[in-house]
Design a protein around this ligand. Structure first.
Ligand SMILES: *[C@@H]1O[C@H](CO)[C@@H](O)[C@H](O)[C@H]1NC(C)=O
Ligand SMILES: *[C@@H]1O[C@H](CO)[C@@H](O)[C@H](O)[C@H]1NC(C)=O
Length: 856
């Protein structure tokens, strides 16, 4: 509605889109649905078939549209789609509903939380530690020189220690020489996604970028703060783009453009949040986000699927395909042992997660640690805060802080880099940030030398940002090749986690050939998606150990987290392994440190390696995520549960370490879990690619280079079999040969039978039509697959009776009665990867809310 920038129009036109849809919504009178349609389907046809109004496209998301209808107490679209699906087999006639790939009823949910300074923990006497006031004479002289040379007359510039610190010399972002070299953020644009931006502040108005701004809370062109509490976004904006003038101080990129995108002041839907994350994404280059799920040390919340899609769309298509740069505050829950890996925004590979360091170089009590944190920069602590612009014509703030203040500072520094190198991709920016970060030497902080020769600490990531070094490296940076990735199969464990210091470990061997096949040259991000059932989630911690012995603490214990929901297909992320080859044995160690009656089971995990491609010409574009991406737990090739080991990190390059059972643990056969003998394992594996093909066709299976053959390959060495004390390569050879013979001679008949069963089981439509809802039917070779399978049964029940049970209450009942997995599968039981329908109309956020019982 708002404007149609030329580039946006061109790009949008190419993708079959119009301008962003930012119609006001009326949730009192209407229901809103987002539908993802096949690309040649006319939204109007769908609208008239369903009796809906087509409101317009969903922002920049290709083929996603918003529809509305009068408010009803059930999901009218979900019902119609279900009805249609039931009839599809009987009725050969075409129906436009068959072109609907996904539907989600929109709900208003409370906005994300701002990362403001939380109260200090009891016993924290930060106020007593007032800052030193004695300035260094030489530094003060230097400060005067900078002000004079650049003509900085801003009244609080001398309080902006984060820009130039004459007291704790060196504890600032080292930017003044960047300015003196003429780099001040010209032509760079940062959108502050927050609670508004006071575009009438005299400090901000000249740099305000109206076309990139919008108010998604009140549906107005101007994201003007209206609530008394709406000061956060303006303060963040001031840190980036406050002008060089006679008001307050200056921004770190004081000639950059700043846009305001208001989403934090009222209830909002996932649809609007998704549009916001791509708003004017050809011109808004950087999205500064100082918010997220609650930092209470017990939330575990990820963005809903539409928001996930918007973020992927941003890095794929934003900024003329160079990729939007999403900057997120790590979170302020450190005092309650929160960790940014329990936040699905900060642990996304598409966001740069920024934590805080205070003016004395200390770790502020609030700033969350995690393996996904890339860098830190300055914010409140040690008795001082960040001094910046405030709401009002000439108002300043001296109380801004928390990781909320760190993220915009980083975003502003990235804007400086974009002034000199607007052609940097979203991944280039991550490289430059981590390469130039300065490690922080804090006593007692655990640091590791990574493959890049850089030190990483979970407290400070790769260290604090040095603006000078960052901009210098940007000038000469050779752009990296496109992204590639490798997915391991789902690795089935299903074992109780021993309590105490020991852990339960599971390994997966990545071979050179697998990565070659995946076109993956070297690592950047690594993610682990996993399922753990536990009676007290906060007791669990997880380490990921790379082939070279580097350790990522991907999950940590949290004393406040008493949830009984465990990890449900949760994806943890780490940047520790950046620069590694990825080849060798990867180990996951799950620990339950508390010896009590709250026990748990490590169900399964899934390793994903992301990095730079070998051959840029073979690079592919990652398909849009769906709710089902991690649901295909039947793609299990290996069972790698080993007994606990106490000596961690384990021997580097130890061959399939999980097999070496300490003598005090009698060898437990890896019984009840899925593969019960070798031929079945192999059958399982062989069946997977074909099953995946028949179901998924285009999406996960076909388009991820790592799937298919890799799955089969890796499985020739199920590590629960003897290792013969030879190298993995030799094992692979032995088992490869043996396996081939055994399988083909003995297992072929069984496999054919089993593969067909499996295909039927996996294909929801087939299942629907041919499989009776009979519990005994789940018995057979697959019966041991445990929870995932149970979840699927829950899904079947749900689907079968869904005509009358799609209302929330019924779903809740079902969840309560059928255990934790049932909701996720009930909710997206349809395994057709790109043919999903969210009958319940709940996004991932909603389901994750339901799954974590202790959410407020
Ligand atoms: C800060 O910037 C200067 C140039 O102004 C540069 O020489 C120096 O290496 C940078 N970093 C530090 C930590 O001083
Ligand atoms: C800024 O962008 C404009 C147009 O996009 C271009 O003409 C100009 O040269 C750019 N300025 C700088 C300093 O890069």
């Amino acid at each position: 509605m708002k404007f149609a920038p030329l580039l946006g129009l061109v790009a949008g036109g190419l993708a079959g889109l119009g301008a962003a849809d930012v119609q006001p919504r009326n949730f009192d009178a209407n229901d809103y649905y987002v539908l993802h349609l096949d690309c040649d389907t006319r939204p109007d046809d769908v609208a008239s078939r369903l009796g809906l109004r087509h409101e317009g496209p969903l922002g920049e998301l290709a083929d996603h549209h918003i529809f509305s209808t009068a408010k009803a107490d059930h999901n009218v679209v979900g019902r119609a789609l279900q009805e249609r699906r039931r009839k599809r087999s009987l009725d050969g006639a075409a129906d436009v509903l068959d072109r609907v790939r996904f539907s989600q009823k929109q709900k208003l949910h409370p906005p994300m939380q701002k990362r403001v300074i939380p109260p200090p923990p009891p016993g924290y006497h930060h106020l007593e530690r007032s800052p030193e006031t004695q300035a260094d004479a030489a530094a003060t002289q230097r400060q005067q020189h900078v002000m004079k040379t650049l003509g900085i007359a801003d009244p609080i510039f001398d309080k902006q220690w984060h820009l130039f610190n004459p007291i704790q010399v060196g504890h600032d972002v080292n930017v003044t020489d960047v300015w003196l070299s003429g780099v001040t953020g010209k032509n760079a644009t940062v959108a502050i996604v927050d609670d508004g931006l006071d575009m009438y502040s005299n400090d901000l108005k000249n740099n305000y970028y109206a076309e990139g701004s919008y108010d998604f809370n009140d549906h107005r062109e101007e994201p003007r703060p209206t609530l008394s509490d709406d000061r956060h976004g303006t303060r963040c904006a001031g840190e980036i783009g406050a002008g060089k003038n006679d008001v307050c101080g200056v921004g770190v990129a004081y000639d950059s453009k700043i846009a305001g995108i208001r989403i934090l002041s009222k209830l909002i839907s996932d649809a609007d949040e998704a549009i916001a994350m791509n708003y004017d994404f050809q011109h808004n280059q950087i999205y500064s986000c100082s918010w997220g799920p609650p930092d209470d040390g017990r939330s575990m919340e990820a963005p809903g699927i539409l928001i996930k899609r918007a973020m992927l769309n941003g890095v794929q298509n934003g900024r003329d395909s160079l990729g939007s740069i999403f900057v997120f505050a790590s979170g302020n829950g450190a005092a309650s042992e929160d960790n940014c890996n329990f936040d699905g925004y900060t642990n996304s590979i598409y966001s740069i997660t920024v934590g805080a360091v205070d003016r004395k170089g200390n770790h502020p009590y609030y700033s969350e640690k995690c393996s996904a944190q890339l860098v830190v920069t300055y914010s409140s602590g040690s008795g001082d805060s960040i001094h910046t612009t405030d709401v009002g014509e000439n108002s300043c703030s001296d109380t801004h802080g928390g990781t909320s203040a760190a993220a915009p500072l980083a975003a502003g520094i990235f804007a400086l880099a974009l002034e000199v190198r607007p052609d940097l991709s979203w991944r280039d920016m991550q490289y430059i940030a981590l390469h130039t970060a300065v490690p922080i030497d804090l006593e007692g902080d655990e640091r590791q030398k990574t493959a890049l020769g850089k030190e990483f600490s979970h407290t400070f990531g790769y260290g604090k940002i040095d603006s000078w070094a960052l901009v210098e490296l940007a000038k000469t940076w050779e752009k990296v090749k496109p992204q590639a990735w490798f997915y391991s199969p789902w690795l089935h464990v299903k074992k109780e986690i021993p309590q105490g210091g020991e852990g339960l470990q599971s390994t997966f061997e990545v071979t050179e050939d697998m990565l070659k096949e995946a076109n993956l040259e070297r690592l950047e991000h690594v993610t682990v998606t996993m399922n753990v059932e536990h009676a007290c989630r906060g007791d669990v911690s997880v380490d990921l150990i790379s082939p070279t012995g580097l350790v990522s603490h991907i999950a940590t214990t949290r004393k406040m987290d008493k949830s009984e929901e465990g990890y449900d297909d949760w994806t943890f992320m780490t940047v520790v392994h950046w620069g590694e080859s990825g080849v060798g044995t990867w180990t996951v160690v799950v620990r339950d440190t508390k010896v009590d009656d709250k026990k748990g089971t490590f169900i399964d995990w899934h390793l994903k390696l992301w990095g730079e491609s070998i051959d840029a010409s073979k690079a592919k574009q990652l398909p849009m995520p769906s709710e089902e991406d991690d649901d295909d737990h039947d793609v299990i090739a290996t069972t790698t549960a080993g007994a606990a080991t106490t000596s961690l990190p384990p021997q580097t390059h130890s061959p399939v370490s999980s097999v070496e059972v300490p003598s005090d643990h009698p060898e437990r056969p890896t019984k009840p879990s899925k593969p019960t003998d070798a031929s079945q394992t192999t059958a399982d594996v062989i069946a997977s690619p074909s099953a995946a093909e028949s179901e998924d066709g285009t999406v996960t299976a076909a388009e991820s280079p790592a799937d298919g053959t890799t799955t089969a390959e890796s499985s020739w060495v199920p590590p629960f079999l003897p290792s013969f004390s030879v190298s993995p390569r030799t094992q692979a050879w032995i088992y490869g040969s043996l396996g081939l013979i055994v399988v083909f001679c003995c297992g072929l008949g069984g496999w054919l039978w089993w593969a067909r069963r499996k295909r039927l089981r996996n294909n929801p439509h087939d299942r629907y039509e041919f499989e009776p809802l009979n519990p005994s039917d789940s018995e057979g070779p697959n019966s041991g697959s445990g929870n995932a399978e149970k979840g699927r049964r829950g899904g079947e029940l749900y689907d079968a009776f869904a005509g009358g049970s799609e209302d929330e209450e019924d779903l809740d009942d079902l969840v309560a009665g059928d255990g934790r997995r049932s909701i996720s599968t009930a909710n997206h039981d349809d395994d057709d990867d790109d043919d999903e329908e969210e009958e319940g109309g709940r996004g991932e956020r909603q389901s994750s809310r339901l799954l974590t019982g202790d959410r407020q």
